[in-house]
Design a protein around this ligand. Sequence first.
Ligand SMILES: Nc1ncnc2c1ncn2[C@@H]1O[C@H](COP(=O)(O)OP(=O)(O)OP(=O)(O)O)[C@@H](O)[C@H]1O
Ligand SMILES: O=C(O)c1ccc[n+]([C@@H]2O[C@H](COP(=O)([O-])O)[C@@H](O)[C@H]2O)c1
Length: 189
Amino acid sequence: MLPGLRIGLLGGSFDPAHEGHVAITQAALRRFRLDRVWWLVSPGNPLKARGPAPMAERLAHARRLATDPRVLVTDVEQRLGTRMTADTIAALRRIYPGVRFVWLMGSDNLVQFHRWDRWRQIAASVPIGVLARPGSRTSARHSIAALALARARLPQWQAGTLALRRPPAWVLLNLPMSRQSSTALRARK
Ligand SMILES: Nc1ncnc2c1ncn2[C@@H]1O[C@H](COP(=O)(O)OP(=O)(O)OP(=O)(O)O)[C@@H](O)[C@H]1O
Ligand SMILES: O=C(O)c1ccc[n+]([C@@H]2O[C@H](COP(=O)([O-])O)[C@@H](O)[C@H]2O)c1
C-alpha cells in the first residue's frame, strides 16, 4: 500500500507540539508535494540534556493538534528502539522499501546538523527539506552542513521534485514564519 508514497518525516521532541509544527507540516505537504507527514515523537533528543515529558502525554497532545488526515503522529522510534536519526531512517527504509522518505527539519536544526551522529550518512540516504524558522534562516544558509552540502542544494522552485531526487539533495524553504516554540510554551506553564 505504501510503495511510491512520498512521506515526510518530522522528528521532534514535541514537548509540547504547537502551531509551528502544524504550519511547517502544511507547508511541507504542499511545497514538497508530499502524500503524508509522520511526526516522529522522539523518546529523547540525543543532544538535549533535559528529558522530555512522558511519551503518552506528548503523543496525545500532538494528536489533538494534528487534525489533517495526511499527518500521522507516531512513537515509532520508541517501538524500533532507535534514538539516533541515522538509525531511525535506516530502519524505516528497510521496513518500507519503495517509500520516498524526506527528512524535514526547521532551519535551527540545520545550524547544528553537523553535530548529529552520522549526519553525512543521513544526507546521503534521504532528501532533506528545511523549513525557515525565525532567528536561524540566515545562519542555516551559512552553517557547516549547508556549506558541506552546497552542491546538493536545490533552488526553491524545484521543491516539488525534492522527494524524487537522489540524495544528497536539500531545499531551504521560505514560508510565512511562525514564532511558536515548545520552550516558550513550557515557560508559560
Ligand atoms: N516555529 C517553527 N518554525 C520552523 N520549524 C520549527 C518550528 N517549531 C519547531 N520546528 C521544527 O520542528 C522540529 C521539531 O521541533 P521540536 O519538537 O523540538 O519543537 P521546538 O519548538 O523546536 O522545541 P524546543 O523549543 O523545546 O527546542 C524541529 O526540526 C524544529 O526545528
Ligand atoms: O541523531 C542525532 O544525532 C540527532 C541529534 C539531534 C536531534 N536529532 C533529531 O532531530 C529531531 C529534532 O529534535 P528536537 O529535539 O529539536 O525536536 C528529533 O527527531 C531528534 O531525534 C537527532
